[in-house]
Design a protein around this ligand. Structure first.
Ligand SMILES: [Mn+2]
Length: 320
């Protein structure tokens, strides 16, 4: 971490990039590090492949987040945050080969890429690692940085309910509160507000759910037609899989989202099944309890394959 801090301090003109289909950890980590680099007098921006979802609009976005193609300057150094593998990099730049590249991540399936990297599979989130990096950089945590790091840690731990809610994660958040974080306001935006479109899509997805005969595997498919009917966008599918996984008796769940020419798969385990193995078999990655992949198949075919693999994973989990 000290080496990474030195690497950052010696350089300038940074683009901080999250992953494709960015989540709270990706956005929060990228914006927090961008604010830290700006406070050091450096030029930096957080690069995003897509417009920031509505639920993250309370974050300090102005002057920090720029969409691909709207960058304020040509970066000379890239920092990849929360990016589990090279093919998950959210934004690419022309001439990347000659740029300095760093990686900071917490996915234990990360194969490791970029010239300098810090990967800790035991960390709750990349946000937790960014807090450590800021200490090495000597950057104080402002209230603005605190809300970004809180977003990163709270979303990746399922609002401090998943097994990655470690003492270190809690200690980091305690520090954020000391640094001026308004936890009530931030958590209301993240966890206690749902748009009408998202609510309607959730209803359709639950209605379309399929449960295995033994009740241990639940799957659902969100079609493009459903998305259009509900006037919903990609981020609105984010937490649907959790509702399936929370059904009593269910051990593994999947939410499939039809995309143009592809199907995005989100996997969850209630405890014993290892869904990261299933994700890896499908060309994706993640953690034991939460993983994902994108496959190029028809939605129906993908649904059949995923259902079969989850039944196997649930059976394997039973023997553990
Ligand atoms: Mn993460």
């Amino acid at each position: 971490m000290r080496e990474m801090a030195r690497w950052l301090l010696e350089r300038d003109d940074f683009a901080v990039c999250g992953h494709i289909s960015p989540d709270g950890d990706s956005f929060g980590s990228a914006i927090a590090l961008t604010l830290a680099l700006l406070s050091l007098g450096k030029r930096a921006f957080a690069a995003s492949s897509e417009r920031i979802p509505h639920m993250y609009e309370f974050l300090p976005l102005r002057e920090t987040v720029f969409l691909a193609g709207e960058e304020p300057f040509a970066p000379r150094n890239l920092v990849h945050v929360d990016t589990a593998s090279p093919d998950r990099v959210g934004v690419r730049f022309s001439g990347e080969e000659t740029m300095g590249k760093a990686l900071i991540d917490h996915h234990d399936t990360n194969p490791g890429f970029d010239e300098i990297r810090y990967i800790d599979g035991k960390a709750s989130s990349t946000g937790e690692l960014i807090a450590m990096l800021l200490d090495e950089l000597g950057v104080p945590i402002t209230a603005e940085i605190a809300v970004c790091l809180y977003t990163a840690i709270s979303t990746d731990t399922g609002n401090f309910q998943f097994s990655n809610t470690t003492p270190a994660a809690m200690r980091t958040v305690a520090r954020l509160v000391e640094c001026g974080l308004d936890i009530s306001a931030a958590s209301a935006s993240l966890f206690r507000t749902r748009t009408l479109a998202r609510t309607r899509l959730l209803g359709e997805a639950l209605h379309a759910m399929r449960l295995s005969d033994d009740g241990r595997v639940a799957v659902t498919l969100v079609t493009r037609e459903m998305m259009a009917r509900c006037e919903a966008g990609h981020p609105d599918t984010e937490s649907i899989v959790n509702y399936l996984n929370e059904i009593e008796g269910v051990e593994a769940a999947a939410m499939l989202e039809e995309r143009e020419g592809a199907v995005k798969i989100s996997l969850r385990s209630a405890g014993r099944a290892d869904v990261s193995k299933v994700a890896q078999e499908l060309g994706g990655g993640g953690h034991r309890f939460a993983a994902g992949a994108t496959v190029f198949a028809t939605p129906e075919e993908a649904l059949r394959v995923v259902e079969g693999k989850l039944l196997e994973a649930a059976a394997r989990g039973k023997d553990r």
